[in-house]
Each structure stands twice: as structure tokens, then as C-alpha cells.
Design a protein around this ligand. Structure first.
Ligand code: FS2
Ligand code: SF4
Length: 541
């Protein structure tokens, strides 16, 4: 195995023995083959599209397969094997409808006969099979952007919102990664174009979420517990949450959010469910402690899964692109019917109520619509000097000790700064007593990592209000924490919107070769974090 797609890549280089995330070599290699098969599906899907054939099934497959390979989404080797076979079948279906060209890339032709062949093939087509480190770096940067795009695309699609242009770009970009003779000059524009479609997919998901559930509004979310047995729902998929809430009505089972599902509380439509009690715990990596004390079943709708401890593994359920061998997987919707969460609900009824680990509440819901309603207040605060700077601290949290930097940074920021956040990065500072500035809380949480889109909309609106030429003239500093591939698409999207001088941490991606890193630094002013003291001195004061 070799994997360097996330921030926790071993020694800042790559995982080659076992994933720091817990991914075994078997799963890592199968994921490589799944990605390879997906590229083959993209080739066939493109041929189909060029010949007027419906490629819906192939495009959905591509989205789902890419999502499965995101960091800590799916550890289930059987599921990945099945998905590879499904990819072969989809390729064959398209092939049967087409006069195929003679020369096709191996990924569109190769079929492993059995699991042994899959294993041996996977060893030949991994990341390191690309010899030139700059080409490898650009192809992987592009691929990781596509993975993030696919995840957001899948949530939008689950709510019935699609944009065929996004699927077409994913196809085109995947096909580009199969080309052995492609140059850096050809790959770089594709990476930047990926950012354009990153904006589009986040806008699509924003539309899907807000049209389905209303615009997020300022909300105080309970972080204590009630007396009923309960289900903890994690991940990003709001359609799954809606169906779970519907199915738990009248059962005596409560529902709590974990990690990236917290922002669901900000949506008006979910407020009508009395059994939607609050948020339990914090960011994804704390789950090994927090799932113990939750006592009831946990439903993962997406990443981030930490391999569960034996003490609670039987309470872990997965659905959608997520999976873990030995845990029950809730099947996809069939024929427009909701998923069936009855097994999770019945399980919850036999469990004790959650053990309280904290009490009180946290405030969030500052997505674009809400912030724009407060625009006058915000603009006045900037004009009067009460707010000196906004600091975008969006992105991901992670288990590495050096992420304490973000708590210290938030604590040490001058009192005339406001943090704009989205994603699970917020848990490093959203429970600190940072106070407010004339009624504006000093931490404004827009929502999930995809709601970084909201932060961009807010910034663009402020640019308009202040009549500035350039988004970079705003009093905004970017200090973004990344972990997995959704942060990659968020970063590429911000670059597409013209944002410069984004500081990225806690470390720069291992998949950036020195030359590719230099291009990003020279062109976009991307920087690394240093110490809290230095960074505050250089960026804020
Ligand atoms: Fe956090 Fe994990 Fe949101 Fe990422 S819960 S690192 O998936 O996508 O952010
Ligand atoms: Fe390592 Fe991250 Fe890849 Fe897991 S996803 S194997 S931690 S680089």
C-alpha cells in the first residue's frame, strides 16, 4: 500500500505499512483498484455521452465510488470488492451499446477474474506507479479535489439536486489522470478548473439543503442529555437525518448529532422534531471516548470513522458511502422509498440513555442568509473599528497533538477579531468563552465543511458593500485546517474565487511535490502556519 491523501499521512510522507486512519493494506490496495476501475467507468461514460447514450448510472457510480475512497469513509473490503465488480458490469453495459475504439486505456479494459487477481493488479496501479513526482502530485491533487466534489455531489443528489456539468467535469478530469503523456502544463489548468466546479458543487448542495430544510438561522444547541434512549447520527447527509427523525417519531427514542452533523440543528425544518435533542460530544476523532458514554447506537452517514473499539462496535451502523466490516450497513433507498432505520431504532430501545459529559449550549447558524440579515450590524462594527479583522478558521479537526495550535490561536486572538468557521475544525474553539462584540459572537459557525461556501458568499457580499475591487482587500485572514479530501476541494474552490494568502495547517499536504507546492505558494500566496505568537503578529496586529 501507499497512501498520502490526508493530513495524517505517516511521517508527513505517506502510509505504507498500515494507515494512521486504521486502513489495512488490503483495504488500501482495493481502494486503489476501485479508483482505477472508476477511471475505466469514466472512459466508457464519456464514450456513451459522446454517442448520445444515457450515462446516468455510470455517473452516479463514479460519484459513489470516489466517495467510498475518501479518508476513513469505508473500511469494508467486501463492499469495495462488490463496488469494483459493479464497475466492471457498468463498463460492460456501456460497451455493449457502443462501437468501442480499438485502443482504450487499461482501466477500461481490465477485468480481474477473482480476488487474487484483484490483489495482484492493485499492486501495479497504485499512486507510486506514476514515476514523475510532479505529475503524480498534480494528478493526485486533482483526484483528491474530485473525491471531495463527489462527496458533496452525492449529498445534493440524495436530495434530488443534480448538475450534469459537474459529472461531465469529473469524467473529463478522471480521464486526464489516465494519460501517461500528460504534462504539468496540461494538468494545472484542470486543477484550477476543479476549483470552479468545487464552487458549483457547494452552491448546489447549499441550494439542496436550504430548499429542502430552510435557511440556517441563529440557534442555541443543547450539549447536555435527556433521559430517553437515543441514536447518535454522524457525518454530513441531511436526507439520512430527515428519514431517521421521521422514523423515530413516537418511538420514545431521541436523536443527537455528533461532529459534522451538529449544523443540522440550525435548519428550521429539523426544529419541529421534539426528539431531536442536541449535540453530543465534539469532533470525529473523539468518538472512541464519546461513543462509549453515549450508550446507544451510532449511525455514520459519511466519514469520519475511527475503527471502533470492541466495547461499542456492535452499536455502530453505517449507511451510504460509509462502511466498516462487521458493522451493520443500512441499505440504500430503493424505488424512491426511504431507507429503513428500524434496526437502529429497535437497538436504541434496548440501550440506556446517554451519559452526560457536558452541559449547556453552543450557538451557530451563521450561514450566508443569516449573516446577510445581520449585514448592517456587521458593517457598522467594521466601520467603527469595533471589529478589526475576520479570521476564517474553517476546515477539519484531527487527532494530532499539534492541532492544539488552533485552540491557542483562537484564545490568543485580539478581542476585536471575529472567527468565521465551518467544518469540524470548529470544535477546537467553539466552546471557549470568547464573548461577543456588540452582540456579534466572536465565533460565527456557518455549518459543515461544505458550508465554507457560505463563508465565501459572505465575503463576496462584504466586498460589494465596502465597494472593493478585490476580495483580498477585505479585512479577512485565512487560517484553514485541513484533514481529508473535502478540505482539498474547499481549498481549490477558494482559489478559484480569487482568495489569496490562505494559510494551511497543521502541515502542508504530503502529496504536494516541492515544485507543485512552489507553484501554489508563488501563484496564490499559500502559506504554512508557524507559532501562534508569530502568526498573530504577522497576520492580525
Ligand atoms: Fe470533519 Fe471528517 Fe467535514 Fe471532513 S468530520 S474531517 O469528513 O468533511 O470535515
Ligand atoms: Fe494514511 Fe491518510 Fe491514507 Fe489513511 S487516508 S492511509 S492516514 S494517508
Amino acid at each position: 500500500m501507499f497512501c498520502y491523501q490526508c493530513q495524517e499521512a505517516s511521517k508527513g510522507v505517506g502510509c505504507s505499512i498500515k494507515g494512521v486512519c486504521g486502513k489495512t493494506p488490503e483495504v488500501a490496495n482495493l481502494q486503489d483498484l476501485l479508483l482505477y476501475t472508476t477511471k475505466g467507468v469514466a472512459i466508457w461514460s464519456q464514450l456513451g455521452a459522446d454517442n448520445g447514450i444515457n450515462t446516468d448510472k455510470a455517473d452516479k457510480y463514479i460519484i459513489d465510488a470516489l466517495f467510498i475512497t475518501i479518508t476513513n469513509a469505508n473500511f469494508d473490503s467486501n463492499k469495495i470488492l462488490e463496488k469494483i465488480k459493479e464497475g466492471y458490469a457498468i463498463q460492460d453495459e456501456l460497451k455493449a451499446q457502443l462501437d468501442a475504439p480499438v485502443e482504450l486505456h487499461d482501466s477500461a479494459v481490465y477485468r480481474a477474474k477473482d480476488e487474487n487477481e484483484m490483489e495482484s493488479k492493485s499492486l501495479l496501479i497504485g499512486i507510486l506507479s506514476i514515476e514523475n513526482e510532479d505529475i503524480r502530485s498534480l494528478k493526485e491533487l486533482l483526484t483528491y479535489g474530485l473525491k471531495g466534489m463527489a462527496a458533496y455531489g452525492e449529498h445534493a443528489w440524495n436530495l434530488g439536486f443534480e448538475n450534469p456539468e459537474i459529472y461531465a467535469f469529473i469524467r473529463k478530469a478522471l480521464i486526464a489522470t489516465t494519460k501517461g503523456d500528460i504534462t504539468a502544463d496540461e494538468l494545472l489548468p484542470l486543477v484550477l478548473e476543479c476549483g470552479k466546479f468545487g464552487v458549483d458543487v457547494m452552491a448546489l448542495l447549499d441550494k439542496a439543503n436550504t430548499e429542502s430544510f430552510g435557511h440556517p438561522e441563529v440557534t442555541s444547541v443543547n450539549i447536555g442529555v435527556g433521559k430517553n434512549p437515543a441514536i447518535l447520527i454522524s457525518g454530513h447527509d441531511l436526507k439520512d437525518l430527515e428519514e431517521l427523525l421521521e422514523q423515530t417519531q413516537g418511538t420514545g427514542v431521541d436523536v443527537y448529532t455528533h461532529s459534522e452533523m451538529l449544523p443540522a440543528h440550525y435548519y428550521p425544518k429539523f426544529k419541529k422534531y421534539e426528539n431531536f435533542v442536541g449535540n453530543y460530544g465534539s469532533a470525529w476523532w473523539k468518538q472512541t471516548e464519546e461513543f462509549e458514554t453515549f450508550n446507544g447506537p451510532i449511525l455514520f452517514t459519511t466519514n469520519c470513522i475511527v475503527p471502533p473499539k470492541a466495547s461499542y462496535k456492535d452499536r455502530v451502523y453505517t449507511t451510504g458511502a460509509s462502511g466498516f466490516g462487521g458493522c451493520t450497513h443500512i441499505a440504500d433507498r430503493q424505488n424512491g422509498q426511504p431507507k429503513d432505520f428500524s434496526a437502529v431504532i429497535e437497538h436504541a430501545k434496548k440501550c440506556a440513555a446517554p451519559t452526560e459529559i457536558e452541559s449547556g449550549s453552543i450557538v451557530g447558524g451563521f450561514a450566508h442568509n443569516q449573516v446577510l440579515q445581520l449585514a448592517d450590524k456587521v458593517v457598522d462594527a467594521v466601520k467603527s473599528g469595533a471589529v478589526n479583522k475576520f479570521v476564517v478558521m474553517a476546515g477539519c479537526d484531527g487527532r494530532m497533538k499539534d492541532r492544539e495550535y488552533y485552540t491557542d490561536f483562537a484564545n490568543e486572538l485580539p478581542k476585536d477579531t471575529v472567527i468565521l468557521t465551518a467544518g469540524c475544525a470548529k470544535y477546537r474553539y467553539n466552546k471557549l468563552p470568547l464573548g461577543d462584540i456588540g452582540g456579534i459572537p466572536r465565533v460565527l459557525d456557518a455549518g459543515q465543511c461544505n458550508d465554507s461556501y457560505s463563508l465565501a458568499v459572505t465575503a463576496l457580499k462584504l466586498k460589494e458593500v465596502f465597494e472593493l475591487e478585490d476580495i483580498n482587500d477585505l479585512p479577512i485572514v485565512y487560517n484553514i485546517a485541513w484533514y481529508e479530501q473535502k478540505a482539498v476541494i474547499v481549498l481549490l474552490a477558494l482559489l478559484h474565487l480569487g482568495v489569496k494568502k490562505i494559510n494551511l495547517g497543521p502541515t502542508l499536504p504530503a502529496f504536494l511535490s516541492p515544485n507543485v507546492a512552489k507553484i501554489l505558494i508563488d501563484t496564490f500566496g499559500i502559506g504554512a502556519i508557524s507559532t501562534v505568537e508569530e502568526d498573530i503578529k504577522n497576520w492580525i496586529v
